[in-house]
Design a protein. Structure first.
Lengths: 793, 274
């Protein structure tokens, strides 16, 4: 059977499915190395304090004890902050959260390491901790770092004052979103071992191998060239393995380097929950001016984020949430201020969406509140304001192509039968529909442009097999499969020829992090670049062999074709000739994001080079007896430019949506005085298949000219609209604004019982009522006729 | 820690005699013990694994009773035809119990001896009037389940004894199990309850309600059901009797107030609408 001419757009089975299904895949925890020692982190159990001593003598007498290392053992810089240098690799003077690492204990077995780590005594003078955004912002002394403000970004565009004066309605609301735990199934872990070069070789569960290389170099004072970082098969990451592995691997590397022996460190689940980063909780205030007809004229938005003890990637989260704060709408006058504050909680950092799901909750709840206020259908209101080609984003970025926002909205509304919504026949349940529309800036954006380049290396072997190395990684999202497909497509060969290699820092130049939904765009374009170069070499060789002109050679259907006489040559023969004619067999392809015109001070310009768009519509049932929310169905329509592997794409959409459902409803992350209470799967409730309900994926393809085959990113857009869609649906079912997640049964019952007053004390639409002259006490929506909501203000 | 694997009930009793007064923990399915040890609970001095006592994992049916071995898995309980036909609430509880792996490993005896206030099988077992057989070196004794469970994690089991079987009368009641968790499967109950009843047309002639996760042990709502059966038309006047019978607490899953409200809502709804 002939291989298909094209692989792009085919539903492809994952190339790593067999190993992961049968259990043959070896994760880092499964891998044993000769003479390997085991390490466990030693960390503070006090949220804030001055560290004046460490005593490991109680552990030392144990026969399994090998060594204890702390800050004073670090030969290089004691610094692991990824953007802002505020985080010691091992705390030596101040501990800033429960989980702040002060050392690493090495023992003969993993169990002993865990046990002995508990025996190390930390001498701490306790300082007052700060846990909330408000406490941190308002503090006048005892700052966590030089100040409590970790970072800030803003957008200032147009003339806010005039626009608010001209607005028919000014509507305000406050929103709150919580922590979220990544809960990758495989906890953090790595093996660090001394290498033949006199440096270090690290194998780990890692999202960004180049970050790890840099961190190890800095702490161990070793040249990058002597540090090889290889990604082991990784059991999920969701952003949680972006910067955290830099800490984990560097501490293990320090031990391995000092002991000259391999050291494995795997976090237990409880440690992983307490020590590693989470999604930033946001509190948001929106003030939006609209015309009577529903045109958005102005928005004044304040976003505040709980950064935890260290900045980690707060700066990126703050940037992205500011750039996208009012969503995919035309909005000529806008002010956004986004600020992250330090607290004595586990650091918050990278998490699928990078502040976008939080901002989306703000702007999409706001759109529904406006729609209710103006008595306009929420889909209609969005259609009136949505971005199109030749309009400008909130940062003033004029869009020239690939703006599928409107089509996602129309396709989702049509699929959900939005204009003829079903109502529960059982009076126990209240049915609600909610819509949410988002955009997502692809890749790192203007703030990260300097590192937004990636590589791929394609090598043809003399037997005709092909290997591809790329600088980004597979973490469960399906990268290996699309890299295989894109390489096959670019070269015109059978995907079965191609082996995609595990990512390793020795193979490809620093390609930046595997984040920001940038894998397909970056790696796809790098593959196309490599394929262009390689095809030239292949065609030259083929022309020589087939005695024709280079331009007459075509490689397609896995065959070399001389178009002059239709003569063909198996690809293997060309590969063999390539070798025999002493030609280079491999090439490096590279692509970087086009330069962006952006004014960082005002936050105006091309914040990102292109955007993905998505609409989710949720249909929910609210149980009036228990306050539980059941998801009947979510329609998820995504503009991805071009679907490379529709099967993988749908899986991404379903996974992201499920994670969004968890954030909105079941994953009620709880802390007490800085200690994580929900530190296992019994108390931190991920949604099960029963909770997720049905998801209908709709793929919209509005090609991006700069994307490989037109493709844009999908990893993060999948989660961003979900929570807002669900809460809009719940609000519609209740006839009452819910402006805070997670939506828990207790709060729903309370809202149902408060119905007679029509006001939810927890929700802040009281302010909105006052501003828009609605009488407090009047319900926002009519409970008898929840849809469309009447204008009763 | 020392590990033992007795091969018969006799060997078990012999072993326990030898270990009299010692720190002994019994291992059945292990679905509660293993996570507890994983989380750092100190291991006992002696761990006795019961998995070889296969004579305790069968279900036998007579005209008037069904007798369930204490080591019967939740899955076997779930799959049994008589349980499905005549003890619907128990079947439903087994059906909603945790997940597939745990249903296959976990045992009915383990769920009872663990004596969790939220144990999912317990309300149905209480409401069906279960009695237990407990075996020690001196022989066997029987006692009602409600006398066996004394508090969270606390039972009337004496040193050296073993819960060997359960006996449920075949009274051919209708029944219903209701569980409220924070997600739709694999969740510890915030509330669970079993209603066991007989009806003449639409009115209830007999009614037992057992509620879980609302007190240190399962609560039989006898005062409420009695008042309700005497005067079903005045349901709303009796509802406060539910609240008076229970003593829920705030925990990581829900507040006491939520538990009170939802329990009342669910019972009232059931009596009005089923």
């Amino acid at each position: 059977m002939k291989p298909p001419t094209h692989t792009i757009g085919n539903r492809q089975n994952r190339v790593d499915a067999r190993g992961k299904t049968t259990g043959a895949t070896r994760f880092v925890t499964d891998i044993q190395v000769d003479n390997m020692l085991h390490a466990a982190p030693v960390y503070s159990s006090i949220p804030h304090g001055l560290l004046f001593g460490l005593d490991f003598t109680p552990a030392e007498s144990d026969p399994d004890f090998v060594a204890f290392f702390s800050a004073s053992d670090i030969p290089g810089e004691n610094q692991v902050g990824v953007i802002i240098e505020d985080q010691p690799l091992m705390a030596d003077k101040i501990v800033r959260y429960i989980g702040d690492s002060v050392g690493i204990l090495v023992a003969k077995t993993a169990e002993s390491a865990q046990r002995l780590a508990q025996l190390v005594e930390l001498k701490i003078n306790v300082l007052d901790p700060v846990f909330s955004i408000n406490e941190s912002r308002d503090a006048t002394e005892n700052f966590l770092h030089e100040t409590n403000l970790a970072c800030q970004h803003q957008v200032k565009r147009g003339d806010l004052k005039t626009a608010f004066n001209e607005a028919d309605h000014i509507i305000e609301a406050t929103f709150e979103t919580p922590f979220q735990e990544h809960y990758y199934l495989e906890p953090q872990g790595c093996i660090a071992q001394p290498s033949a070069t006199g440096g270090i070789y690290i194998l780990g569960s890692i999202q960004c191998p180049f970050y790890v290389q840099k961190a190890v170099s800095k702490a161990l004072k070793l040249p990058f060239a002597k540090i090889k970082v290889e990604q082991a098969p990784t059991g999920g990451a969701f952003g949680g393995k972006e910067d955290i592995p830099s800490e984990v691997c560097t501490r293990a590397a320090l031990a391995a380097h000092r002991l000259n022996q391999p050291v494995k460190m795997i976090y237990g689940r409880v440690d992983d929950a307490q020590l590693t980063s989470k999604r930033h909780p946001f509190q948001m205030h929106y003030k939006v001016g609209v015309s009577k007809a529903g045109k958005i004229l102005a928005a004044d938005i304040k976003l505040e984020e709980n950064a935890g003890a260290y900045a980690t990637l707060s700066s990126v989260v703050s940037y992205r949430s500011a750039m996208q704060a009012m969503g995919p709408y035309v909005i000529p006058n806008i002010s956004v201020e986004s600020r992250s504050y330090y607290t004595n909680l586990p650091p918050t950092g990278a998490f699928r969406g990078f502040g976008s799901p939080q901002a989306a909750f703000g702007h999409e709840r706001m759109m529904d509140i406006i729609a209710a206020e103006l008595n306009i259908d929420p889909v209609e209101l969005r259609l009136q304001n949505v971005l199109k080609v030749d309009t400008e984003t909130q940062t003033g970025h004029r869009l020239s192509a690939s703006v599928g926002a409107e089509e996602t909205l129309r396709t989702a509304a049509a699929a959900a039968n939005w204009t003829a919504q079903e109502v529960s026949e059982n009076p126990r349940f209240k049915t609600g529909y909610g819509v949410s529309l988002i955009h997502y800036g692809n890749c790192l954006g203007a703030a990260g442009w300097f590192m937004d380049g990636s590589g791929a290396k394609i090598k043809v072997h003399r037997d005709g097999s092909i290997s591809v190395a790329f600088g980004l990684i597979e973490m469960g999202q399906g990268a290996l499969t699309v890299v295989n497909q894109m390489t096959a497509e670019a070269l015109g060969v059978d995907p079965a020829r191609i082996t995609v290699l595990p990512t390793d820092t020795d193979q490809v130049p620093d390609s930046g992090p595997s984040v920001a939904s940038r894998n397909v765009v970056m790696t796809g374009n790098a593959i196309r670049d490599a394929a262009r170069q390689l095809l030239r070499i292949l065609k030259e060789a083929a022309a020589e062999l087939m005695q024709c002109d280079l331009n007459e050679i075509k490689i397609e259907n896995d065959t070399v074709l001389n178009t002059r006489n239709a003569e063909t040559l198996p690809f293997e023969e060309l590969a063999s000739y390539l070798y025999l004619s002493n030609r280079p067999m491999d090439v490096l392809g590279w692509w970087h994001v086009p330069e962006l015109d952006y004014d960082a001070l005002k936050g105006i310009g091309e914040a990102y080079f292109t955007y993905s768009y998505a609409t989710h519509i949720a249909k929910v049932q609210v149980d009036t007896l228990t306050g539980q929310v059941r998801i009947d169905k979510i329609w998820a329509s995504h503009d991805v430019g071009r679907a490379i592997n529709p099967a993988g794409l749908e899986a991404q959409i379903e996974g992201g949506t499920a994670q969004g459902i968890g954030w909105a409803l079941t994953e009620n992350f709880k802390l007490e005085l800085g200690k994580v209470l929900t530190d296992n799967l019994t108390t931190y409730l991920l949604p099960t298949a029963l909770d997720v309900g049905e998801i209908e994926s709709i793929i919209v393809e509005d090609p991006e000219p700069e994307g490989p085959w037109g493709a844009k990113g999908i990893g993060e857009p999948a989660i961003i609209p979900t929570a807002a869609a669900i809460v809009n649906a719940v609000s519609n079912a209740l006839g009452k604004a819910v402006n805070k997640i997670p939506v828990i049964p207790e709060d729903i019952l309370k809202a149902l019982n408060e119905k007679s007053t029509g006001m939810n004390e927890d929700s802040t639409d009281y302010a909105a009522c006052l501003k828009s002259n609605r009488k407090p006490g009047q319900p926002q929506y009519n409970r008898e006729k929840p849809w469309p909501p009447p204008n009763d203000c | 820690m020392k590990y033992y694997l007795p091969e018969s009930l006799a060997a078990y009793l012999q072993l326990r005699h030898k270990l009299a007064g010692k720190d002994v923990v019994l291992l059945a399915g292990g679905t509660d013990l293993m996570p507890r040890y994983e989380r750092g609970t100190p291991l006992p001095d002696h761990l006795v694994d019961l998995k070889q006592l296969s004579q305790l994992s069968s279900i036998s049916v007579s005209d008037n009773h069904i007798e369930i071995g204490a080591l019967t898995s939740i899955q076997d309980l779930h799959d049994h035809a008589i349980i499905q036909d005549e003890f619907r609430a128990l079947y439903q509880a087994a059906h909603e119990f945790a997940g597939t792996q745990i249903r296959h490993r976990g045992t009915i005896g383990g769920n009872i001896c663990n004596a969790s206030p939220a144990g999912d099988l317990l309300p149905a077992l209480y409401a069906f009037g279960t009695t237990l057989e407990v075996t020690g070196r001196a022989g066997s004794r029987t006692l009602p389940l409600s006398d066996f469970i004394l508090g969270p994690g606390k039972t009337a089991l004496r040193d050296g004894e073993l819960l060997t079987s359960l006996r449920l009368p075949r009274d051919h009641f209708e029944s219903q199990f209701i569980k409220v968790g924070l997600r739709r499967s694999m969740a510890i109950s915030v509330i669970n309850l079993a209603l066991v009843y007989r009806r003449l047309k639409i009115s209830f002639t007999e009614l037992q309600i057992a509620a879980g996760a609302v007190a240190p042990t399962i609560v039989m709502l006898d005062i409420f059901t009695k008042a309700y059966l005497m005067d079903p038309a005045r349901l709303s006047d009796h509802i406060h009797l539910i609240e008076e019978a229970i003593s829920p607490i705030d925990d990581i899953r829900a507040t006491a107030n939520y538990r009170r409200t939802v329990l009342k809502n669910l019972i009232a709804d059931f009596l009005k609408n089923s």
